[in-house]
Design a protein around this ligand. Sequence first.
Ligand SMILES: [Zn+2]
Length: 75
Amino acid sequence: MEISVPSKCLTCGSADIVRNITMSQAVEVGSIGLEYRTAVLITRTEDLLADLCKECGTILRLHVKNPDRKWITKS
Ligand SMILES: [Zn+2]
């Protein structure tokens, strides 16, 4: 499925956008991501991917590779 993503920065209009930057690799302790549970109830995190405008530094989009998880939410 083709997902439509912004081709230009919504803030400054630049098309100089770096896509799918992994956030967890930039963190030294642990990882930042969205938590979910596996079938054996182990908590894991799905890496957050960011699309960044190189012109003004705005993060255009945060997303994960696999949205089909048993997400842990605060009710
Ligand atoms: Zn920008």
